[in-house]
Design a protein. Structure first.
Length: 470
């Protein structure tokens, strides 16, 4: 399997190369040259398989020759057999006749990020050992990627991680899940800025010769293709349980950096019958405007009760623009450079046409988010986190809009455990969710992090001064 950049001028890499590179050298994002296709019969053959078996089948064509089948099986068995507290790994829960939740938070750090990041840590170790190399990871988090990535690489002898989070803009549980990890290869940086600032710093480091000249940089954000590959699996696994591929399923996906919903798009390109992908946003709704009106213009970020989705510049949207718009790398490079300068861009007609049939988008403000939490609690006793509630609210909007056949199941991705956001949940439903025991004594442990200004140079210099040389 070959990987190409959305901006057309970076070297073509294999899976191992793309996983270690993170961001492409032309500033673009790697994705497969061609989507692997599964026939309905091949998908049907996965019925009754365990999660790790579906993972092996779905990932195999993407991994190509970078791992032997035995290596891939071993990694999938270790991750999906041992790291998740639920036997089904990502269980489905029914809310009513049409609505379902896909619980993605049974991993060690209680959010959907674990599904891919516990695997990514093992991929890094396998590839780095083979090459006898080390990797310095720089990452940005609005709360969940950080802890999952740190958990995935803490203690690794070949990986060092610098994780930037926006100071004061993640929940206490999210922050503590990162800052209470004591490991010599883990550095937490709280920057005075937004997640978008942190993500921009990270991308800039990949193009900064002072950094790349000394360090072998790697990425754990969903700019890294391997992240998305692992997330494609749960679309297949859940669809199989609901009658797929002989029945179409709709998914509502709480969206920030567009990684999770792009994984659904990939599943559809691979042959999984998906009726609709609902891009559910909070009031920071650049993606809703882009999908519904063709207007991708970033404004300031307004803090919400869904902090992990307080994002205005969504990395993976570039992958969709590239693929849905006809895969013209030079044109994407020009379009994205224009956006980087002006913070606004119009989608081309081809891009809009390419995404029109599969995508719908709705947004939820704080009241709608709270109402969705209340509805889930009243309808089926489920306590859901606010991000999941944004997805559920959007799913309900689609039903109210009469734009979905009532026999099509709508699966809302439950992206985080409610205990990560206890204040918002308690305000909405009057119940304070308890942290699962597997998280341990989070509030009894000492925190360690470094506060930095919002300037790029402050983050870059910290990384350069504190990284053990590769
Ligand atoms: C809990 C939660 N829900 C939803 C999202 C949005 O996912 P994505 O960035 O893949 O769109 C995130 C973070 O990005 C998150 O942490
Ligand atoms: N919500 C995310 C933001 C980063 O997204 P990623 O999927 O690109 O890593 C977070 O929790 O950090």
């Amino acid at each position: 399997m070959e990987y190409i950049s959305t901006r057309g001028s970076a070297p073509t890499l294999d899976f191992e190369g793309a996983t270690l590179a993170g961001l492409a050298s032309d500033g673009g994002l790697y994705l497969p040259r061609k989507w692997p296709r599964f026939s309905a019969a091949e998908i049907r053959d996965l019925r009754g398989c365990e999660y790790w078996e579906v993972a092996v089948a779905v990932m195999k064509p993407f991994v190509g020759k970078s791992l032997t089948e035995a290596e891939l099986i071993e990694i999938c068995q270790q991750v999906y057999g041992k790291e998740f507290s639920h036997a089904a790994v990502t269980p489905l829960v029914q809310l009513d006749g049409q609505h379902w939740l896909l619980e993605l938070f049974h991993g060690p750090t209680l959010a959907f990020k674990d599904v891919a990041l516990q695997m990514l840590g093992r991929l890094f170790d396998t590839f780095l050992k083979r090459r006898d190399e080390r990797l310095t990871i720089v990452g940005a988090t609005s709360g969940d990627t950080g802890s999952a990535a740190i958990r995935g690489v803490a203690g690794s002898e070949r990986v060092e991680i610098f994780m930037l989070h926006p100071q004061g803009k993640v929940s206490d549980v999210q922050r503590r899940q990162m800052t209470t990890v004591r490991a010599p290869n883990v550095h937490n940086l709280a920057i005075d800025g937004s997640f978008d600032d942190a993500q921009a710093h990270v991308k800039r480091m990949f193009g900064d010769a002072d950094v790349t000249g000394t360090l072998n940089l790697g990425a754990v954000n969903s700019i890294n293709w391997a992240r998305l590959m692992a997330q494609v699996v749960y679309y297949f696994y859940s669809a199989l349980q609901l009658g797929g591929p002989d029945r179409k399923i709709a998914y509502s996906v709480p969206t920030g950096n567009f990684g999770d919903v792009f994984a659904g798009y990939v599943a559809s390109r691979m042959g999984l019958p998906i009726e609709t992908l609902v891009v559910a946003t909070n009031i920071n709704d650049i993606l809703r405007r882009a999908i519904n009106e063709g207007d991708y213009s970033a404004g300031g970020v307004t803090p919400t009760i869904t902090p992990s989705m307080d994002i205005q510049v969504s990395s993976n949207f570039e992958r969709l623009l590239f693929d849905a718009g006809g895969r013209d790398g030079a044109a994407i490079a020009q379009q994205m450079h224009g956006f980087e300068k002006a913070k606004t861009m119009a989608l081309t007609n081809a891009q809009r046409v390419g995404m029109k049939d599969l995508f719908r988008s709705f947004r939820a403000d704080q009241d709608q988010t709270a109402r969705a939490m209340q509805w889930a609690h009243a309808a089926s006793g489920q306590i859901i986190d606010p991000h999941t509630a944004v997805g559920l609210s959007a799913a309900q909007d689609m039903v109210a809009d009469d734009s979905i056949d009532p026999t099509v199941p709508i699966v809302t991705l439950a992206t985080a455990h409610p205990a990560k956001f206890p204040d918002a949940v308690e305000r909405a439903v009057g119940v304070r969710p308890a942290l699962p025991q597997r998280v341990g004594d989070l509030f009894g442990r000492e925190e360690h992090f470094t506060e930095l200004s919002g300037d790029y140079e402050a983050a870059r210099d910290f990384v350069l001064q504190n990284a053990s040389a590769d």
